[in-house]
Design a protein around this ligand. Structure first.
Ligand code: NDP
Length: 383
């Protein structure tokens, strides 16, 4: 029987690549629901191509445009964020691919979990914001979560078949688009410069997060929740070639790594097909073309966001939710040329030092912490 998929965020970088996998494996997967934020044109095209039952647009002002574009097809059209969470919970869905960006992904993840769905999770912010709640509810409802993020997919793949304790998770880091820019020049970095990632072609927000290493910090938090590993057992190493996607070190000193060309189709297909693997036509990896795999320590002064994320993880509660909310506002402002590059981390620090800390937040309290963090970031950035 085909796996019936709700793909949240189908118009984005991960969403489009997920549809590539579905197209290549039409005998195994069926698209039931697709969602987007504002890009109704691409959503309409995808819904027609994949013969979806449902198309949801989060931005209600685009509802009529989407509805008209799909008028000739038997596709139900909805709008608003509640409709996205309803897609994740629908009874005719087997797998929810959460490829939303930012806090917007958190509540749909919870909705999918509460209905016992398998979740292929790209939206790392779900775990950054409320990892404790997400993992607890996933256990309660027996909802499997398989990561799409390449580092976590690598670790997941290294752990298949292992039952012994770990010594360390080693998360690799390309260094992002500004790795060769000296610290003293960061103040003058433009969005265009920061958006040029050397290895990965991704959505704008994660590309900026990669340049500040907020993304790497979020990945550390994501790994903590997914694999139950404490902060002292998660390390980050710079590996500019992005060939080793991450590693696991065991107590006997053995280290397992997962490697290959940087291509998100691999972790996406693994998340959808685990415990099997896809058959893909890509060329085999040519080691001779990659004679040097190099590693170096992260410059923690140039990239303070990494230690801020470690700190949030150790504090627990609402700290990482605050970091995420402030970061979302600051990244959007930077992309719109409304603040400088270094203001991103400054806004995070300001929000963390002024926000209310809640030790065990409810869903409503997470929403309130997110709102407060956004307000604090906007205030310090004069938005
Ligand atoms: P994109 O920005 O490319 O796509 C985001 C998707 O979510 C789009 O479909 C967008 O719709 C939709 N969306 C955005 N905001 C909202 C909102 N408020 N409500 C509802 N829908 C919304 O992001 P990516 O694909 O790059 O990233 C998605 C997630 O995957 C992120 O959490 C990211 O960190 C993670 N990830 C991404 C990787 C990558 O290679 N891209 C690698 C590893 C992890 P619209 O098109 O209409 O704006």
């Amino acid at each position: 029987m085909k796996q019936r998929i709700a793909l949240l965020g189908s118009t984005g970088s991960i969403g489009v690549q997920t549809l590539d996998i579905v197209r290549e494996n039409a005998d195994r997967f069926e698209i039931v629901a697709l969602t987007a934020n504002r890009n109704w044109q691409r959503l309409a095209e995808q819904a027609v191509e994949f013969d979806a039952d449902i198309a949801v647009i989060a931005d209600e002002s685009k509802y009529t445009l989407l509805k008209e574009a799909l008028a000739a097809y038997p596709i139900k059209v909805y709008a608003g964020k509640e409709a996205i969470a309803q897609c994740a919970a629908a009874s005719n869905i087997d797998v929810v691919v959460n490829a939303l960006v930012g806090y917007a992904g958190f509540e749909p993840t919870l909705a999918a979990i509460e209905h016992g769905k398998k979740i292929a999770l790209a939206n790392k912010e779900s775990l950054v914001v409320g990892g404790e709640m997400v993992m607890r509810k996933a256990m309660e409802h027996r909802a499997p979560i398989v990561p799409i993020d390449s580092e976590h997919s690598a670790i997941f793949q290294c752990l298949v078949g292992e039952t012994s304790p770990l010594r360390r998770l080693i998360i690799t880091c390309s260094g992002g688009s500004l790795r060769d820019v000296p610290r003293e020049q960061l103040a003058n970095v433009t969005p265009e410069q920061a958006l040029r990632h050397p290895q990965w072609n991704m959505g704008a927000k994660i590309t900026i997060d990669s340049s500040t290493l907020v993304n790497k910090g979020f990945e550390v938090i994501e790994a903590h929740w997914l694999f139950g590993c404490e902060a002292d057992h998660i390390s980050v190493i710079q590996h500019p070639q992005s060939i080793i996607h991450s590693m696991v070190e065991f107590e006997d000193g053995a280290i397992k790594a997962q490697l290959g060309s940087p291509d998100m189709h691999t972790p996406i297909s693994f998340a959808l097909m685990y415990p099997q693997r896809a058959v893909r036509r890509a060329e085999s990896f040519n080691f001779a073309e990659h004679p040097a795999l190099t590693f170096c320590e992260i410059d923690r002064i140039k990239y303070p966001a990494l230690d801020i994320a470690y700190d949030c993880m150790r504090r627990g509660g609402s700290a990482a939710c605050t970091m995420n909310g402030a970061n979302e506002v600051a990244v959007a402002a930077f992309l719109a040329h409304r603040c400088g590059y270094l203001d991103i981390v400054r806004a995070i620090e300001y929000a963390l030092s002024h926000a209310t800390f809640v030790a065990h937040p409810s869903v409503e309290e997470y929403a309130e912490c997110d709102r407060e963090a956004r307000e604090l970031a906007a205030k310090t950035l004069n938005l």
